[in-house]
Write a protein that binds this ligand. Structure first.
Ligand code: PLP
Length: 392
């Protein structure tokens, strides 16, 4: 009576964390560092814009976004990446998660070369990638992203047999959880691989604005500079991290004309457009960089703080971007439980974000720590982690 396709999913990370920790008392004041919910302030004027447009809740919103929002997004892409897209090549989303999910629905073929299509994804990864693949009955291929591979997946190492039937490839840069950034050379190699084996790259770039000093290069700009097929790369961006508005549910997808035609069609039938007042706010937020610069400065201070506190820990990889630390430990679950029981700091075992593969589970020896809390609280939490797990 019910579908089998989701029956072997592991429990979702956060219920799993509750099951691990909640039977035990915290060993001190509780410090939440497990969930990546941005806590810095969003721009103060957001409320005024919303209030000015509140009457528009009375209208059905345009599915493809208002012309003003489309223009704000294409202008932002141009400023950030030097790529000028037609407004028909962007589409607002209720946050990137739904777009990343629905991309599989809109873009994954039923078969490739007469075979079951494969969908590549990094391991560890943002879990929606696997659910999207499962929903379209494609084979998810988990490619370990480890210290040895620079914390990004080495898709070139896959057997030709898999690459030939690959339809889609998810990649997250800056990466959640490791904070690794795909540089221009990485993008070039991946785009060339996709051109050779004719698959599309779904680039989850929702952490693109939270970097230390140098803006991470984007997939679209590299693809354009290479003269790649305009359908090759699809990018996903969000106001959740850039602008500390995870509850606004606002992001966008951008890609080639054919790709966007398919995404638009599916969304017209089955999607939920952003309410008009939310579209009005999003338009203003994409147009403003001042608050993003301030936000980035706050994260830079936290990165520096993390480097000071963990710099001597063997295997510590300073995050290049994003807002997570990916800390090496012997066993992620044991370390998480010990931290909770001894200090009250709540983190996430790395294996809750990764899958077992023939090459092992690359999350097992890690914990993920979110640097979202106010600075003083973050510092207290990080010191507690260091003293508890690595010694003072
Ligand atoms: C890697 C990654 N992609 C996508 C998302 C989805 O973000 P949103 O739907 O808020 O844009 C998140 C959120 O945590 C994430 O970490």
């Amino acid at each position: 009576m019910f579908p089998e396709r989701f029956s072997n999913l592991p429990p979702y990370a956060f219920p799993r964390l509750r099951a691990l920790l909640d039977a035990h008392a915290p060993g001190g004041d509780v410090t939440h560092m497990s969930i990546g919910e941005p806590k810095h302030a969003f721009p103060a004027w957001v409320g005024d814009v919303l209030a000015a447009h509140v009457a528009e809740f009375a209208k059905y919103p345009p599915n493809d976004g208002t012309p003003e929002l489309q223009a704000a997004i294409t202008d932002w892409i141009d400023r950030r990446y030097g790529v000028r897209l037609d407004t028909a090549q962007v589409m607002p989303l209720n946050g990137t998660r739904e777009g990343l999910y629905n991309a599989g629905m809109a873009l994954c073929p039923e078969s490739k070369g007469g075979q079951r299509p494969a969908v590549l994804m990094p391991n560890p990864f943002y879990q929606v990638y696997a659910i999207s693949a499962a929903s379209v009955a494609a084979e998810p291929v988990f490619v370990n992203a480890t210290r040895e591979t620079g914390h990004l997946p080495d898709y070139e190492s896959l057997p030709t047999e898999i690459l030939n039937r690959t339809a889609l490839c998810y990649i997250c840069s800056p990466a959640n959880p490791q904070g690794a950034v795909a540089d221009e050379a990485y993008w070039k190699r991946l785009i060339a691989l996709a051109e050779r084996h004719d698959f599309q790259i779904l680039a989850d770039e929702c952490y693109s604005e939270l970097y230390r000093d140098t803006p991470p290069p984007g997939a679209l700009q590299v693809a354009q500079a290479m003269g790649a097929d305009p359908e090759r790369v699809v990018i996903f961006h969000s106001l959740s991290k850039r602008s500390n508005l995870p509850g606004l549910r606002s992001g966008f997808v951008a890609g080639g004309p054919e790709t966007m035609k398919r995404i638009r069609l599916l969304r017209a039938y089955a999607g939920t457009p952003l309410p008009l007042p939310i579209q009005r706010v999003s338009e203003k937020v994409w147009a403003d960089e001042e608050h993003v610069i301030e936000n980035r400065a706050l994260y830079r201070r936290k990165f520096d703080m993390a480097d000071r506190i963990f710099g001597n820990v063997p295997g510590y990889a300073p995050p290049q971007a994003g807002f997570f630390l990916w800390l090496p430990v012997e066993d992620g679950e044991q370390a998480t439980l010990k931290l909770w029981q001894e200090t009250g700091v709540r983190v996430l075992p790395g294996a809750y974000l990764s899958r077992d593969t023939d090459q092992g589970n690359p999350g097992k020896g890690y914990i993920r720590v979110a640097l979202v809390a106010p600075e003083a609280q973050t510092e207290k939490g990080l010191m507690a982690i260091r003293d508890c797990l690595y010694g003072p």
